[in-house]
Design a protein around this ligand. Structure first.
Ligand SMILES: C[S@@+](CC[C@H](N)C(=O)[O-])C[C@H]1O[C@@H](n2cnc3c(N)ncnc32)[C@H](O)[C@@H]1O
Length: 176
C-alpha cells in the first residue's frame, strides 16, 4: 500500500477546518488505508464521531489492522472509535446512524461522479464543510446555514407589509 499524494492531505485538513478536541462528526468517503482518517481522528480527539466508508474489502481490512497497530504503538493518544464500513460511498443511507442528523465534516477520497455531489452534500449538517477532489485540486462545498426558515420569511413579509401600510397611512391619509 502507498499514499499517492500525501501533500493533498495538508490542504484537505486545512480546508476541513476541524475543531481540535471537539465533538464534530466526520465522514470519510473512500477511506482507503485509513491514513487520512487517523490524522483527522488525532486532531478531533476522543469525543468526535467518525465514520469511514470503503468499497474495497481488503483495503478496509488493512486499514483496521494498521489502526490497531498504530493504536498499540501510541497508547497515550486516545483516538475516537472509527467506524469503518465496507460499502459504497454512493449508497450511504441518510436515514441511519450519524447520517440521520448529518455530519459536520465530509471528506471524499474516492473518485465519485460529480453529479452525485449534491446527494452527498445532503449528508452534511447546515454550515458543515465538504472537501473533495476537484478537476485540478480540491473543491470546497459549504452549504449555507439554514438560518432563514420559511416561517421566518413569512413573518418578515408580514412585518414589511405592516410597515408599508403605516407609511402609506402617514403619507397619504389626510390628517384631521
Ligand atoms: C485515493 S484512495 C483514498 C486514500 C485515503 N484517503 C487514505 O487515507 O488512504 C480512494 C479510495 O476510495 C475507494 N473507493 C472508490 N470508489 C468508492 C466508492 N464508490 N465507495 C467507497 N469507496 C470507494 C477506493 O477503493 C480507494 O481505497
Amino acid at each position: 500500500m502507498h499514499i499517492s499524494a500525501p501533500h493533498i492531505y495538508g490542504s484537505a485538513l486545512e480546508a476541513l477546518e476541524l475543531h481540535a478536541g471537539s465533538s464534530q462528526s466526520f465522514l470519510n468517503l473512500g477511506s482507503g488505508t485509513g491514513y487520512f482518517s487517523c490524522m483527522v481522528a488525532n486532531i478531533l480527539g476522543p469525543h468526535a464521531a467518525h465514520v469511514a466508508v470503503e468499497i474495497n474489502a481488503r483495503t478496509i481490512q488493512y486499514a483496521q489492522e494498521s489502526l490497531k497497530q498504530w493504536q498499540s504503538a501510541n497508547p497515550d493518544i486516545t483516538l475516537p472509535p472509527i467506524e469503518m464500513i465496507h460499502g459504497n460511498a454512493l449508497q450511504v443511507d441518510n436515514e441511519q446512524g450519524e447520517a440521520l442528523t448529518g455530519f459536520d465534516r465530509i471528506y471524499i477520497g474516492a473518485t465519485l461522479p460529480r453529479c452525485k455531489l449534491d446527494r452527498i452534500a445532503q449528508l452534511l449538517k447546515p454550515g458543515g464543510i465538504l472537501v473533495g477532489p476537484g478537476k485540478s485540486y480540491i473543491v470546497f462545498l459549504m452549504p449555507k446555514e439554514k438560518w432563514i426558515s420559511p416561517e421566518f420569511v413569512v413573518v418578515l413579509c408580514l412585518l414589511f407589509m405592516l410597515l408599508f401600510m403605516l407609511l402609506f397611512m402617514l403619507l397619504f391619509m389626510p390628517s384631521s
